[in-house]
Design a protein around this ligand. Structure first.
Ligand SMILES: Nc1nc2c(ncn2[C@@H]2O[C@H](COP(=O)(O)OP(=O)(O)OP(=O)(O)O)[C@@H](O)[C@H]2O)c(=O)[nH]1
Ligand SMILES: [Mg+2]
Length: 280
């Protein structure tokens, strides 16, 4: 019912807000909350108008209309601010590209272990937690792998069936994935196979929506410490991987196979740098 959907939107926005790191993320959340409010106020105006026709509730109409106008103005203000923030981020990104560092984006479903892996790769301390949406805004750090420098970005977790008001805010936070050179796709290998397949398919849909296809990717089968053996999952996922993907089983938390992952990354980066002249 409508009521449940409303509650879910506000709930997710609240979780977003709790973890929002960047100005842009905060603005996006505010915008999403406004977008969620506007139709409700419009509905109130409609009812107030009806009330006036029938000779009651009429006094509420102008109050609601003023409120509606105020919300629209606030919306315009947030959109302007967002534009400004995006411009400065664009400048920062251009600087990064000019510095010539390749970009690695860590993506995947919420709670797959993206931030844990990011911490292992960057040796930075970042908030990790068992609750979903620990990360909202993209966070980047420079790393060096076998003498090659790269920028690693930790991204917001994917979630299925996001309410539509929130989708724009969600895609906006994934912007940095679209210009990544290499994608680290973290998968929770302790989940049932059909869940892994479904998430993989959904992740590919999200990626293609933001214009990401065929990029060199590593499917990081994380949390293998929770499995009796990972051979089965590994073979299954290898069976559905695409040509641009390699599969590597790891445990980010227990530090299993992280060195091998780094080595594969370093080789990819070196392979990529050989072909750099082709890139414009
Ligand atoms: N057993 C085990 N647990 C792990 C591993 N990696 C991460 N975790 C746990 O999984 C939970 C989620 O980890 P995060 O790194 O916060 O996951 P995330 O993908 O960044 O999640 P969001 O930021 O919410 O999208 C935490 O409780 C971690 O301690 C692992 O290799 N093995
Ligand atoms: Mg995280």
């Amino acid at each position: 019912t409508g009521k449940e959907i409303i509650d879910r939107v506000l709930l997710i926005l609240q979780i977003f807000e709790h973890h929002a790191g960047s100005i842009e993320a905060k603005l996006q959340i505010e915008l999403a909350r406004l977008k969620h409010q506007l139709p409700l106020v419009k509905e109130a105006i409609r009812y107030a108008k009806l009330g006036e026709l029938h000779g009651f509730l009429g006094a509420g109409r102008y109050g609601y209309e003023r409120y509606y106008t105020m919300l629209r103005m606030k919306e315009a203000r947030i959109r302007r601010k967002l534009e400004e923030v995006r411009k400065t981020r664009m400048v920062r990104r251009m600087r990064r590209i000019k510095m010539g560092y390749p970009h690695i984006a860590i993506i995947g479903y919420t709670c797959a272990g993206k931030t844990t892996l990011f911490n292992k790769l960057t040796a930075n301390s970042k908030p990790v937690g068992p609750e979903p949406f620990t990360t909202l805004s993209p966070k980047s750090s420079r790393i060096e792998l076998d003498g090659v420098s790269a920028i690693v970005t930790d991204t917001v977790g994917f979630i299925r069936d996001l309410p539509h008001e929130i989708i724009e805010a969600f895609y906006a936070t994934l912007e940095e994935v679209s210009y990544a050179d290499i994608i680290l796709h973290v998968i929770d290998s302790s989940k049932p196979l059909n869940y892994i397949y479904k998430n993989l398919a959904e992740a590919r849909r999200i990626l293609s929506h933001i214009g990401v296809q065929g990029k060199p990717s590593i499917l990081v089968l994380n949390k293998i410490d929770l499995l009796d053996g990972y051979r089965d999952v590994l073979e299954q996922v290898k069976g559905v991987k695409e040509d641009n993907e390699v599969v590597i089983p790891v445990s980010a938390e227990k530090n299993v196979n992280i060195e091998q992952l780094k080595k594969v990354l370093a080789d990819m980066l070196k392979g990529r740098s050989l072909g750099t002249n082709i890139r414009t």
